[in-house]
Design a protein around this ligand. Structure first.
Ligand code: SF4
Length: 628
């Protein structure tokens, strides 16, 4: 074994606290994050899965990372197989290799890690002596197809609810075939690609996925962690003074995802990260996180504050992780209690319409965060296309309340290449940026200084299971032109800086998020040639435009349709049609009576405990009973 690699791992471990080493456990799981240690340990999903696996007495779970540049050199020079972080055991000696993948952009790293481990990348080339390879995380269930041929099992849904079923099946079943069949037959939460034959039409589009074993469902349901209260249900109960229901909802035995390994060397390693809610109610039509985590659910304040109290002796910094921090019905209590504990608070993202004075005050007090807001585009019309229901006037006002607190630098997230976008929409980005800059300079007079408006410009990438999933990405040449045009226009405005993502990267992202099983060969090839995707496409003969640059018909069987997210086809189609007419829709209410998008009756309630089902209206209870 290479001494330098072992030394480097031990040095990192020496700075960490809370990691687990279990000798002689029945089941050894290598939990792999397809990026370096510093990035992986800032990912709450990684912390969560590590804690959940290690809570099971029969399981020993160790972490595995993509080696950083120095370690990678040593690995390649010494031909050492990839090692686990805790005990420096070769990854190929584990029973299970489980990847947690949050972003499609990490697919190449995932393939590279398998290659470095000496484990065949293609599932069909592995045998009984190889570990079971599992993929989980948001990217893998959004569209599992580009990585399907690498994988034995894909976890479809949220880890909290899947780990026990997974471990039970592995411990109870003898052979790999039996494990795969058992998991696939559950029908919800586990997709076994080898148990489906994909039938293609002559034009290369998928015709259908046919199960090739008895008892395997035609589509795999998404599994949701169901015990957390729905955001709207809790808010409504609190507002109406329904004390008994409020207390019942808050007293659920929820899992509160949070930092499990103290890792000061990692990005954001100096703070406790706590997930306070999951999902967002707004229904922005481009946003995969919104639709794929419906319905919005919360961790009760009680559990968040208990975690904060437990960690206070270690740190005075806390990061609240959520797609919509201010939507939490108990946000006031959370913020005031955290400030009483003298925590410096940061948040993972802010939704413009929901920034409260209370939260802004907390962020200013912590003096630790640059505020980033996402107008997405410069025109009110285009914002209605994507169902972001804010006007430019409101955006300028909200930015103003940030500036008036002395926070004079703000980051704006903007996209170009959105469906129906025209020249006028692009020009309105300049008008909006200039208005925000003027408002900043006005506030700056009070403080005797000026700040900056930093525009982060990205190309729009259509995502599976969103209403814009049928739209093509803007052609690479045209996207490049629009990015250049907007960059040039913004650079003429004083106090405005612009950072942008290239059109090529947007197209690569689109390929990995909307591709089918044929994309696997591109991933495998590119991972072997230093990530050169252009060359991999040429060598494999895959035409990226087929996957990214054509509008898809409503009757096309989309590659990701193998996963049943619960979102009804009719709902997505209506939202798509409304986008073309720039008509907005109401947000998800996240309350018990709603059946609007189809998720709650078909997924969330299907797994909910009986006492939560009992608060549903009779019609919903009856349809659930019929489904069982
Ligand atoms: S069914 Fe209603 S409450 Fe449930 S996720 Fe859909 S829109 Fe939200």
């Amino acid at each position: 074994m290479n001494k330098r690699i072992v030394e480097s791992y031990k040095n990192k471990l020496a700075r960490e606290e809370g990691f687990v080493v279990k000798r002689g456990a029945e089941l050894k799981i290598a939990l792999c994050y397809p990026n370096t240690h510093a990035i992986a340990m800032a990912n709450l999903g990684m912390h969560t899965m590590y804690e959940l696996f290690n809570r099971i007495p029969e399981v020993s779970c160790e972490r595995v990372f993509l080696p950083d540049a120095a370690d990678l050199k040593e690995y390649e020079k010494s031909r050492t197989p990839l090692l686990s972080h805790e005990t420096q055991t070769p990854v190929r000696d584990f029973d299970v290799v489980a990847f947690s993948i949050s972003f499609e952009t990490d697919y190449l790293n995932m393939a590279r890690m398998l290659q470095l481990s000496g484990i065949p990348v293609w599932a069909s080339e592995r045998n009984h002596f190889h570990p079971l390879v599992i993929m989980g995380g948001a990217a893998s269930f959004l569209n599992p197809e580009p990585i399907a041929d690498f994988t034995d099992v894909i976890a479809v849904g949220e880890g909290e609810i899947l780990v026990h079923q997974l471990v039970d099946a592995i411990l109870e079943q003898g052979s790999k075939e039996d494990i795969l069949l058992t998991l696939a037959r559950i029908g919800r939460g586990f997709y076994v690609p080898s148990l489906y034959d994909v039938v293609y039409n002559e034009d290369g589009t998928a015709f259908d996925y046919i199960p090739n074993a008895e008892g395997v469902p035609r589509r795999v349901g998404r599994a949701l962690s169901a015990v957390n209260p729905k955001e709207g249900t809790l808010r409504r109960a609190m507002k109406r003074g329904e004390t008994e229901l409020t207390e019942f909802l808050k007293s659920q035995d929820v899992f509160c995802p949070s930092t499990s390994v103290w890792s000061p060397g990692a990005e954001m390693g100096d703070r406790l990260l706590v997930e306070i809610s999951r999902g967002c109610s707004q229904g922005c039509r481009f946003c995969w996180a919104g639709y794929n985590y419906y319905p919005p659910r919360v961790v009760p304040a009680r559990d968040i504050l208990a975690k904060a109290a437990e960690w206070r002796s270690k740190t005075n910094k806390i990061g609240l992780v959520s797609t919509a921090v201010c939507d939490h019905p108990e946000i006031s209590t959370i913020l005031s209690e955290l400030r009483a504990m003298d925590y410096r608070i940061t948040v993972s993202s802010l939704r413009l319409d929901q920034i409260s004075d209370e939260l802004l005050d907390a962020l200013v007090a912590s003096n630790d965060q640059q505020i980033a807001v996402a107008p997405e585009t410069g025109s009110d019309r285009l914002r209605r296309v994507i169902n972001k229901n804010l006007t430019n006037d409101e955006i300028v006002d909200i930015c103003g309340s940030v500036f008036d607190r002395g926070m004079l630098t703000i980051k704006l997230y903007v996209m170009v290449g959105l469906p129906t976008e025209n020249q006028e929409d692009l020009d309105e980005i300049f008008v909006l940026a200039a208005r925000i800059k003027d408002r900043m300079l006005e506030a700056g007079k009070l403080f005797g200084r000026a700040g900056k408006i930093i525009v982060s410009l990205n190309g729009f990438v259509p995502k599976p299971n969103t209403p814009l999933q049928w739209d093509a990405i803007c052609g690479e040449k045209e996207l490049k032109r629009r990015i250049k045009y907007v960059c040039k226009g913004l650079s003429r405005i004083p106090n405005v800086d612009v950072r942008f993502m290239s059109a090529r990267i947007a197209h690569e992202q689109a390929l990995f998020s909307s591709g089918d099983r044929t994309i696997a060969k591109v991933i495998d090839r590119a991972a072997r040639i230093d990530g050169d995707i252009g060359r991999a496409l040429r060598e494999t003969g895959v035409d990226p435009a087929f996957h990214t640059s054509r509008d898809r018909g409503y009757d096309e069987f989309l590659p990701w349709s193998i996963v049943d997210t619960g979102l009804s086809f009719e709902f997505l189609k209506t939202e798509h049609e409304k986008s073309q007419e720039a008509l907005s829709s109401l947000p998800c209410t996240a309350v018990e009576k709603c059946t609007t998008c189809g998720v709650c009756p078909s997924t969330w309630l299907a797994d909910a405990p009986q006492n939560l089902i009992n608060i549903q209206p009779l019609k919903v209870r009856q349809s659930l009973a019929a489904a069982i």
